[in-house]
Each structure stands twice: as C-alpha cells, then as structure tokens.
Design a protein around this ligand. Structure first.
Ligand SMILES: [Zn+2]
Length: 100
C-alpha cells in the first residue's frame, strides 16, 4: 500500500455572487422619474404678467438669471413665455439684469 495522497479536488471555484445589479432603487440612472406637469398648463388661471414683481422673481435666481426648465417645471411653450416676460420686466426695471 503506497502512501498515495488522496488528491481530492478541493479547489472549488467560488463564484462571487454580485447581487448589486438587482438594486434598481440605487441606480442613479433610474432615479425617481416623477412626471412633471407644467403649473401653467395645469392651472389655466395663472396668467403671466411681466409687471407683477412677485410673480417674476420666482423665475430668476439670486444672480438675476432666468431659471431653466428643469427648475421652473414649465413646458416649452410656457418657458418661452416666462423668458419673454422676464426680459420685459428687466426692460422696465422691475427685475435686475444682473445682481451681486
Ligand atoms: Zn405649460
């Protein structure tokens, strides 16, 4: 009887189970896709008035720049109207062209 070392194959390959790809909630590509509704399309009673300072100041940041659509939530049509109204408000010195 020779001393044969039993050559059991113990090198089982451990598979790395990455369960990370199932976490859709933490995938930054698919963050909460909440449907934005333009506030002026939703409420037809809102009428843009470039002479109304309280309304106009909501569409500019602290530097006096016009906020982008992702900030105002307006649709393309109403964003154009906002832009036009802010520019008119600047012209009649209701809003500043620049600040700070
Ligand atoms: Zn709209």
């Amino acid at each position: 009887m020779s001393d044969k070392k039993s050559n059991n194959r113990n090198n089982k390959k451990k598979r790395f189970n990455n369960n990370n790809n199932s976490d859709e909630e933490f995938n930054p590509k698919f963050r909460k896709m909440r449907k934005k509704v333009c506030s002026m399309c939703a409420n037809k009673e809102i009428v843009l008035d470039y002479k109304n300072y309280d309304q106009m100041k909501k569409f500019v940041n602290e530097k006096g720049k016009i906020l982008p659509r992702r900030a105002t939530g307006a649709c393309a049509k109403h964003q154009r109207e906002i832009t036009q109204a802010v520019k008119r408000a600047r012209h009649i010195a209701i809003l500043p062209y620049t600040q700070g």
